[in-house]
Design a protein around this ligand. Structure first.
Ligand SMILES: C[S@@+](CC[C@H](N)C(=O)[O-])C[C@H]1O[C@@H](n2cnc3c(N)ncnc32)[C@H](O)[C@@H]1O
Length: 247
């Protein structure tokens, strides 16, 4: 894919960061558990900031970074006090921003880069802008979860859910090998209960129709995922939350 095409996509004001609003709520609920009142946070690839404005309410200081002015303007419409930084995350380093943070978040933003080399370089940049015991909160897409969901869907004669053209999901095994010298993995969580109910169970139930994002079964799945903090079913999740401590 051409790099400019991805930026063009995000510069289009009709684009949505995430159509599944239940999932946005699940994600922000999971991330908020890892933020403290004393935190100085950078939200990298904040988009229109549906989640960012929740993080802002909890922490001491927050900078919202995105390379798309369209996205940042949408965020400013939600909160005109928020500090924004228009920047390509591939330029991110202590030398470029001269500031350190206690927490850095990427929420489905690293997956917009063109290849693993770019993703690795951004992770290195994030390492350089964190304080010594700082944490990197990564909520990204992983190929392992996509493959598992599609395997189950195929068994039940449902079409595979492809990764969008502008996304490059991470391979978890490869990521963990690369990241070891920079970060220690402290916490993982996936959203398998939600993904199983919405992308498998309800998909079969409503087939051949495709359930609406706010289908009552999907809404119930969200409530279950948030209240139960799912731990009994794992690995059936396109997205995962990994919390790393700088080392
Ligand atoms: C899927 S959206 C996620 C937005 C937000 N984090 C959320 O969870 O709703 C991806 C965002 O990453 C931004 N982005 C993609 N590549 C970027 C880059 N190289 N530098 C900065 N921002 C980037 C896009 O403009 C877009 O706003």
């Amino acid at each position: 894919m051409m790099p400019d095409e991805v930026k063009k996509y995000w510069d289009d004001s009709n684009a949505e960061s995430m159509y599944d609003k239940n999932l946005v709520e699940i994600e922000s609920d999971a991330i908020l558990e890892h933020l403290k009142e004393s935190d100085r946070v950078i939200d990298i690839g904040c988009g229109e900031g549906e989640s960012t404005i929740k993080y802002l309410k909890k922490v001491k200081e927050l900078i919202a970074l995105d390379y798309s002015m369209t996205r940042l303007e949408k965020l400013k419409d939600k909160n005109d006090q928020i500090i924004t930084l228009q920047m390509d995350m591939r330029e991110l380093s202590f030398d470029t921003i001269k500031k350190k943070f206690t927490k850095a978040i990427t929420q489905r933003s690293l997956i917009n880069l063109n290849n693993f080399d770019e993703q690795k370089a951004v992770i290195k940049g994030i390492h350089s802008i964190l304080v010594d015991d700082g944490k990197y909160i990564m909520l990204e897409g992983f190929t392992e979860g996509v493959e598992t969901i599609n395997k189950i869907r195929s068994y039940f004669k449902l079409q595979a859910i492809e990764v969008k053209w502008h996304n490059l999901f991470l391979n978890k095994k490869e990521l963990l090998e690369h990241i070891r010298p920079y970060f220690r993995l402290e916490y993982t969580r996936d959203f398998s209960l939600y993904f199983f109910i919405t992308r498998v169970f309800n998909a079969i139930l409503k087939s051949p129709e495709i359930p609406n994002w706010n289908d009552p079964v999907n809404n119930l799945a969200k409530t279950m995922e948030i209240s139960y903090k799912n731990d009994f079913i794992r690995g059936i999740s396109r997205l995962e939350l990994l919390v790393f401590k700088k080392c």
